[in-house]
Design a protein around this ligand. Structure first.
Ligand code: NAD
Length: 473
């Protein structure tokens, strides 16, 4: 087998040849990736079923279609994104061409997690290809069937000179990280993210971290509680709660909790039938280790199980579980749950709910369920999180126009749509000057004159309209 070093060298040679730069090359690769998804849907579904017992519907929506949509959107827009962005000028630069040019970074490393094992490798890859990079892909070894399939399919569809899959777990990833990359895009836990940052620091490599955390769902005021229960149950138990943006816990008043619980029971029965363990629409926990972790967490909780609570180890099954009377110091509130356990904590007011959220690390997603715009706006304005969605869960991340990423402990950087292209691009500041206005240039040359300083200050001063283009795109 080719060593990691050799693979990276091969990609670096390809990058230096500039073959990834032309628009036509990028579009061809993106179209090939789309064909990979279309031609191999059955094998992909089979692999995701092997790894996570993923129902076809969930696999299509969250792994296959999400990536396919990213591809279609990028293919349609890439030519426009590649155009230089001309910026406003001041008097001393009036005759110059001043623009921002998007350039590829080089050879990038994409490390994925196991919960959406196809999406978390291929969606960042769309941005990396679009931006003109070569890429090493390191899928999660935990979702082994998908890892295997990716390592077979990627070389069949994409340029082998430019893109490679390297398989393995922590040890292989650590050794991979000793090499120099031009960007590292990591999806996974906060604990491993620290070692990724340390490894990146050695080469001063920029890093995007797509991490997790505890995403709160604040239910408050007037609302359609039945619809709220349906959406909450869907968002929480989709992929058996193994989603970085799944609602981790609910905050509501005691009165709201008592109304919500029977509606959650109804929604669960309507979705999965009376015997959830027999439902084809409910997945499984990824490994025994994760099953043990979740059942231990459940055992340590001081809360009261009001729905579910049972698990079958041989089947890696854990029932959708709702727990009440959970306090801040409860085991369930000390770490991201990342499974089908939903604690409901009570607060007496909206202010208390907001305070509770703000006393913790900034989450990847924050949900507020309420019919009242002032409630939604207050939560939006007084909190911070990677993403925000009112009256639903997860769906905000399916729109390629919105950046997807965390803030604070939930991550740094973002992707999806143009944001992925930007993440993998260097925005090069370009000023193309001629020889005009030399008489103005004289003002800045020594011997310095106090009188020229005033002119220069006036001429170069930023005007308000110059700041009209301060967004990154
Ligand atoms: P994981 O165990 O699959 O690890 C992620 C990647 O890191 C894998 O490719 C793995 O091989 C590698 N890895 C593991 N240990 C390592 C080490 N010591 N050194 C270097 N590399 C190592 O996945 P996980 O970490 O269990 O993923 C779950 C976490 O990821 C959750 O916190 C979840 O919220 C988060 N997540 C975030 C997003 C997002 O988009 N923000 C998406 C999915 C998951």
């Amino acid at each position: 087998m080719e060593s990691q070093k050799k693979v990276i060298e091969r990609l670096r040679i390809a990058f230096r040849s500039n073959m990834t730069v032309p628009l036509h090359f990028r579009l061809t690769q993106l179209e090939a990736l789309l064909s990979l998804l279309e031609d191999n849907e059955a094998q992909i579904l089979e692999a995701l079923h092997k790894d996570l017992n993923k129902p076809k519907f969930e696999a299509v929506v969250s792994d296959i279609e999400l990536v396919a949509n990213e591809l279609r959107y990028t293919i349609c827009n890439l030519e426009a994104w590649l155009k230089p962005t001309y910026v406003n000028k001041n008097l001393p630069t009036k005759l110059d061409d001043c623009f921002v040019r998007r350039e590829p970074l080089g050879v990038v490393l994409i490390i994925g997690a196991w919960n959406y094992p196809l999406q978390l490798i291929l969606a960042p890859l769309v941005g990396a290809i679009a931006a003109g990079n070569c890429a090493v892909l390191k899928p999660s070894e935990i979702s082994q069937a998908t890892e295997q399939l990716l390592s077979e399919l990627i070389p069949k569809y994409l340029s082998q000179e430019c893109y490679a899959v390297i398989c393995g777990g922590a040890e292989e990833t650590k050794s991979l990280l000793q090499n120099r990359f031009d960007h590292i895009f990591y999806t996974g836990s906060q604990a491993v993210a620290r070692s990724i940052l340390q490894a990146a620091a050695v080469h001063l490599t920029p890093v995007t971290l797509e991490l997790g955390g505890k995403c709160p769902c604040l239910v408050y005021g007037h609302l359609d509680l039945k619809a709220a229960a349906n959406r909450l149950v869907w968002a929480k138990f989709f992929n058996v709660g193994q989603s970085c943006v799944a609602p981790d816990y609910v905050l509501c008043t005691a009165e709201m909790r008592d109304k919500l619980i029977p509606l959650i029971v109804e929604a669960l029965e309507a979705f999965y039938g009376p015997r959830i363990n027999e439902s084809a629409d409910y997945g499984r926990i990824v490994t025994d280790r994760h099953w043990n972790r979740l059942m231990e967490l459940l055992g340590k909780s001081q809360g009261k199980v009001v729905i579910g609570g049972e698990g079958v180890k041989e089947d890696k099954y854990i029932a959708p579980t709702v727990i009440v009377d959970v306090t801040e110091s409860d085991a369930l509130m000390q770490e991201e749950i990342f499974g089908p356990i939903l604690p409901i904590l009570t607060v007496e007011s909206l202010e208390e709910g907001i305070r509770f959220i703000n006393e913790r690390e900034k989450p990847l997603a924050l949900y507020v369920f309420s019919d009242q715009a002032p409630v939604v706006n207050t939560v939006l304005e007084q909190t911070s999180s990677g993403g925000f969605c009112s009256n639903d869960g997860i769906v905000h991340m399916t729109l390629p126009e919105l950046p997807f990423g965390g803030v604070g402990a939930s991550g740094m950087g973002s992707y999806h749509g143009r944001w992925g292209f930007e993440t993998f691009s260097h925005r090069r500041a370009c000023m193309l000057r001629g020889w005009g206005l030399e008489r103005l240039s004289v003002l800045r040359y020594p011997p310095y004159q106090e009188s020229n300083l005033g002119w220069l200050r006036w001429a170069a001063r930023a005007k308000k309209k110059n700041w009209g283009v301060c967004s990154i795109i």
